[in-house]
Ligand binder design. Structure first.
Ligand code: FAD
Length: 425
């Protein structure tokens, strides 16, 4: 674990360190100097972190670097794909965060120099930091699945980053004839939101059942097991009998290549031609983590779970989907919790205090039809230099009356309203 970072001349901006009086003042007083924290990526993790930093210590100079003026959220985007929700309901701006005193810079970060502690932006300007938080989410690995590159994603959308890809998949489903097959290619872990492909399969089946009932959903899966599997499979039997087929890893479901020209998806055991192909490729931490030297050979970022400090680069913290969070799933819920815990740790380190041990909560709702959902909640704490799941979590019961599922669907909407306000103001 990295040692606590004392407040030194190096990490304090302002004139304090220049005077003899300043050298004599205790940590607390010195902490009142303006330290600069830059956060790269304004998603659930980064936005929550920037807001929390300012709340914990209003004197901190906090900059949030995010190229998009509007953030488009992935949770509930499967409902957009199924025609149950507008994309606008997924979108959030940064005005409130800026109103709280965070400098919001609408740029992509292109370079990080950990020695000079500077970030270079796409317009060529650079800014200095005392601590840097990386929260760029995921990048899709366009080199990992033969045939699937960025151009292929215009034909076979992944819709694993919400926005144009979400709308594209929706349009393809609308244009599909009744009787068509929608193929979902699901990658191995680690990946963003492991249960979301199965929620997507359910909601696509709901759309097909109500508009194109002779159609089918085929899941080609690089995994044998997935979260809440028995609940999903029970719901598929009850709601979509004969409409959803899944071929697991051990049944030969792993996709080995794709051919966008013919919409063909190839596995070790055969070829599948799709009317609509939703190919979710393998993933890695957002590219800026690699540029900063914070990603290891897995493509993800090892961190100290107490402070979220990178194990590879000094003065850099990594949160959200980009970090290797041990047992913590890559979810918006966890990203938001990590953002706030990291803000507390960074504020402590800057002021020379020992950071508290974080205990994080993650909750994940899976919606299988309008008014029908189930959930999984977990608690996570640092142990042996990673996050492990600790007692207190739980999942929806396998057998429950419909009112319970309806209540969980309402809870899911409340969760989304709460977490988006908590992250974006
Ligand atoms: C279909 C789907 C459904 C999901 N449903 C749920 C759900 O129900 N519940 C749940 O908890 N989670 C869900 N998730 C997962 C959730 O969306 C992610 O785990 C979450 O968004 C991760 O947050 P993050 O801040 O790490 O990344 P993101 O939210 O992706 O934010 C990353 C941000 O960084 C910015 N960025 C990247 N690189 C740079 C750079 N170089 N410079 C500046 N900015 C940069 C990006 O523009 C982006 O805004 C779902 C995901 C999917 C795909």
């Amino acid at each position: 674990m990295r040692a606590l970072h004392p407040v030194t001349r190096r990490n304090v901006v302002g004139g304090l360190a220049a005077s003899a009086t300043a050298l004599a003042v205790p940590h607390v007083a010195r902490a009142q100097s303006v330290a600069r924290v830059a956060v790269i990526g304004g998603g659930f993790a980064g936005a929550a972190c920037a807001r929390a930093l300012k709340r914990i210590d209003p004197k901190l100079d906090v900059t949030l670097i995010e190229p998009n003026r509007t953030f488009t959220a992935c949770p509930f985007s499967n409902e957009v794909i199924a025609g149950l929700r507008d994309l606008e309901a997924q979108q959030f701006g940064y005005d409130r965060i800026a109103g709280e005193g965070v400098h919001v810079v609408a740029q992509t970060a292109t370079r990080v120099d950990p020695q000079a502690r500077t970030v270079t932006l796409a317009d060529g300007t650079s800014l200095s930091y005392d601590r840097l938080v990386l929260s760029p989410g995921i990048d899709l690995r366009f080199d990992a699945l033969p045939g699937y590159d960025e151009a292929a994603s215009a034909k076979m959308p992944h819709a694993w980053k919400a926005g144009e890809q979400t709308t594209l998949l929706r349009r393809q489903l609308e244009a599909m004839d009744d009787g068509g097959v929608v193929v979902l290619a699901v990658p191995a872990n680690p990946s963003r939101c492991p249960p979301a492909p199965y929620e997507r399969a359910s909601l696509i089946a709901h759309y097909l059942k109500t508009t194109k009932p002779r159609s089918k959903v085929l899941i080609l899966d690089a995994k044998d097991a997935f979260p809440q599997q028995r609940l999903f499979e029970g719901a598929w039997k009850e709601l979509y009998a004969g409409m959803i087929e899944r071929i697991s890893l051990s049944q030969g479901g792993r996709v080995t290549s794709v051919d966008p020209a013919t919409n063909t998806i190839i596995t070790e055991f055969g070829d599948h031609t799709a009317q609509v192909a939703n190919v979710i490729p393998p993933q890695k931490a957002g590219r800026i983590t690699d540029i900063a030297g914070a990603a290891d050979k897995t493509g993800w970022c090892p961190i100290d779970p107490v402070t979220f400090a990178s194990k590879l680069v000094p003065d850099i913290h990594v949160i959200g989907d980009a970090c290797l969070g041990g047992a913590i799933p890559k979810s918006a819920s966890a990203a938001n919790a990590q953002g706030k815990a990291c803000a507390a740790a960074v504020a402590s380190l800057i002021s020379g205090r020992a950071p508290d041990m974080p205990r994080l909560t993650g909750v994940c709702y899976n919606i299988v039809a309008p008014g029908h959902a189930f959930s999984l909640a977990g608690f996570y704490a640092p142990k042996d230099s990673i996050f492990v799941e600790v007692e207190g979590g739980g999942a929806s019961p396998l057998d429950a009356p419909r009112e319970v599922r309806t209540r969980e669907a309402e809870d899911a909407r409340r969760w989304f309203a709460t977490i988006t306000v908590d992250s974006f103001g």
